[in-house]
Design a protein around this ligand. Sequence first.
Ligand SMILES: [Zn+2]
Length: 538
Amino acid sequence: HITRTLRNAIASGRIAHAYLFSGPRGVGKTTAARILAKCLNCVNGPTITPCGSCESCKGITTGSSVDVFEIDGASNNSVDNVREISESVRYVPSQGKYKVYIIDEVHMLSTAAFNALLKTLEEPPPHAIFIFATTEVHKIPATILSRCQRFDFKRIPFRDIQTHLKKIVTKEGIPFEDQALFVLAREADGSLRDSQSLLEQVLAFAGGDLKASHVAEALGLMDRSILFEISEAVVGKDPKACLNIVEKIYEFGYDLKRATSDLLEHLRDLAVMKVTGDASLLDLPDSELERLSEISSRVGAERLHMLFSIISKGYEDVSRSAHPRYAFEMTLLKAAHFDELEPLGELVARLEGLASKAGSGTGTGGQTNVKAPATQAQAPSANVRPSAVPWKRDAEPAVSQKAAPAPAAMEVQAEAVEVEAVKEAQPAKTGPDNGLLEFVGKRNKELFELLKGATFEVEEAVVNITVAARAGAKLTVLRAALDACLRDFYGRPVTARINGNGAAQTGAPKQKEQDPVLMDALRILGGRIIEDRRRTNV
Ligand SMILES: [Zn+2]
């Protein structure tokens, strides 16, 4: 963008007297200023393709040009310095067509110096060109800004820096690890110049070859594999491993604040991987992407979000604490201890399923299979079932009659459901629970015979089928046909888990001895019985 605008201006002869190049350090502002100077002062100039070999071009390259001046604004920031410049501007160039003043870090000029500069900018001699470079454009007075053509330089993309470094080491014949270039490019933070000086620093330290461990050691960085160790320990809820890692980090003398902020970035990467599954969104080497995707597969998005806010809070604690190590430890312990909350919607759906069962459970014989109207509305066709609602088909209606009454909390709803159930009992002899058997009956008589009297329990992709031992053995032989039936009935891949313990025909499964509704509620909510205070009102 910048080069195109500048090129067009030069090509059409619309040359401004003052340019302002702003942007972070090391992104090529000064380099661009020198190129612009060459474009203007080349023997063929103004041209968009300076020859690079004339006196003027060579002079600019070596810094010996008599018409191009590079001034460091930080050390020449007084009004006197600017007055000298204003004096010299008045004389015509000796060699080229323009006198070019490149003032770096121009925001460092004093107020008086800016005022003096403004006078020159208000009435510049026709041959005078100013190119200002700055990292802090907000410190430049508006009066100066309004007289400049401004160009904003952006950070150089991480991947471009990595490619640039790769070119250098390849050209120099230095053996390197990709991970080492990755860490260097990351540290350079958008600055090509920084990336080069970091590379030199590491090579001076490590000598012959470029390894990730050399980079970490030379620059005092934490080895990135430690980040993965932390996330593995946290995701795996292993507080002991967390403490060991903190000790390791502490003994190496890494900055804990920096470690925490690296960890935040790492969690962000995990979340991006989890939610999008798109590795191209992450600027990471392949080896890290692989490990990242493995860890992200073991943790839910909800938990990742919670972990991020825990570590975020931890960053503040570590930064402020007089004992950053303990703050870091507590943060990780909290993160490792934190349990994933079940998505609320799913929980509600399962409780609704339970409530409807409570309704049928307290009903009289013959109505046991009738589900609550709400559930029927959700699943108008027997083939469509909300997957989050577990359901059981009782072996015989008589069995569920034996079920103990619902807990008091359930009772109000249970009674309400019962009224509906009585109304619907006549037309709906076969509730949705019978749909599967009917379906099987039409498809495969042999399977139908074996499944009569079986207990079904659906969990996500598995149907637990409890039948008598002999039927179980036969079902196992017919497994392929059974799985196909289940898949077609549920409209998704479902596998049968056949349990031939014989309980199905002789009586209720063991769990039925307890109140099934209560047991289900405990399972869904993850609770346990402390005291049984139910009323007995059968
Ligand atoms: Zn030239």
